[in-house]
Design a protein around this ligand. Sequence first.
Ligand SMILES: [Zn+2]
Length: 155
Amino acid sequence: MSMLQTVEVTCPQCAVTQKVNLWASVNVKVDPHLKDEVLEQRLNVFTCGEDGCDYRCPVDISVLYNDMDGKFCVQYVAKDDMKNPGYYRHLSKQGAVMIPQMALKMAEKTGGDYIARPHHVFSMKEMVLYILFRQFCDAYGQDVDQAPDDEADGA
Ligand SMILES: [Zn+2]
């Protein structure tokens, strides 16, 4: 599921208050159009809708990008969150996401346990690059079961 919050922002250029949609989480299987928003760096960007005003600026909030088909997720950590101890409530000392054991076991059965190991990035640009990298892996990478066996090491 994608998570949307709508907040009111007053445009610093024309002073008109308007609503802006901010995404804390995007599931690109459920909402494929949000993938383009991320790749074109339009996600969580305030764009003034007032006639004659062209003010745009990114709103810095943390975003989880979840690709259920690709079985990977990318967590962007906003600058404020990185310094906020509260942000680490659900993270282990090794940087993994703390998920209840029961839920994790169920997720493992369906191959969904990748959700506990997000790739963390610290800019939305880096998120775009990582998504592109995973697309190249998917296109040109090898199947895991074709990895060469380390027979000499067996015993
Ligand atoms: Zn404006």
